[in-house]
Design a binder for this molecule. Structure first.
Ligand SMILES: N[C@@H](CCC(=O)N[C@@H](CS)C(=O)NCC(=O)O)C(=O)O
Length: 214
């Protein structure tokens, strides 16, 4: 089984897919792909049908798109508990993961990652100022406070035990850190900041940073 990923310093979706696969505890190899060259698309399309990473090679097939990889992993490794066991918590974990997958466009655009704006290491950048970004950040704070308050319990994850949702929000934690965003200015009472700090402190993210060479 092989997971095809982009540059670890700034491929946010690769990080999500990799974290999900780590949660399964299955053995998998990593294939490093690039998307920062003039002619990278043809090479990516040879590895991933959509021309995007991550993609997972398994059993002679390729599964692409992080959500699909996460669902495949959850079905294939049920013992890993990738989604919460409680049905409503599970539905909401899927809601927030899907919202991350398709939303938060201001955060993605204004706090985008790239060679100058890595997810890893000590580089920091000025906080962008924009009303649309303010809306995204307020939404994130609300979501983190609600889900941690309802389902966090004793666990560090958004739904207590670590789940796909935590993998999906780890790149957000890295963006908040890199762009020095003060979530207190967006309604945080400390819950959201503590949650994001825990994501960056997780051993898998730390390993990702080491593998990224930072
Ligand atoms: N919806 C896709 C998004 C994947 C995506 O945008 N990946 C970026 C890297 S983070 C990529 O492959 N970019 C290649 C390119 O821009 O050509 C997913 O969830 O996996």
């Amino acid at each position: 089984m092989e997971l095809i990923i982009g540059p670890r310093a700034y491929s946010t979706w690769s990080l999500r897919g990799w974290l999900v696969m780590r949660m399964t505890r299955a053995d998998f190899a990593v294939i490093d792909a690039r998307y920062d060259t003039a002619d990278h698309k043809a090479a990516l399309e040879a590895l991933s049908p959509s021309g995007f990473v991550p993609a997972l090679r398994v059993g002679g097939e390729v599964i692409w798109d992080t959500l699909a990889i996460a669902e495949w992993a959850a079905e294939t490794y049920p013992e890993a508990g990738l989604w919460p066991t409680d049905p409503m918590a599970r539905a909401l974990a899927r809601s927030v993961s899907a919202e991350m997958h398709s939303g938060f466009s201001a955060l993605r655009t204004l706090c985008g990652t790239g060679p100058d704006h890595p997810m890893v290491g000590l580089a920091r950048a000025a906080t962008p100022v924009d009303p649309a970004l303010d809306r995204d950040l307020a939404r994130l704070v609300t979501l983190f406070r609600q889900m941690r308050g309802r389902f966090g319990g004793d666990g560090p994850g958004l739904f207590g035990a670590r789940s796909v949702a935590d993998a999906f929000f780890t790149p957000v934690a890295a963006r908040v850190r890199h762009f020095q965003i003060d979530l207190g200015a967006h309604g945080d009472d400390g819950t959201a900041s503590a949650y994001l700090a825990a994501l960056l402190d997780h051993r898998d993210f730390r390993q990702w940073e080491i593998d990224a060479g930072r």
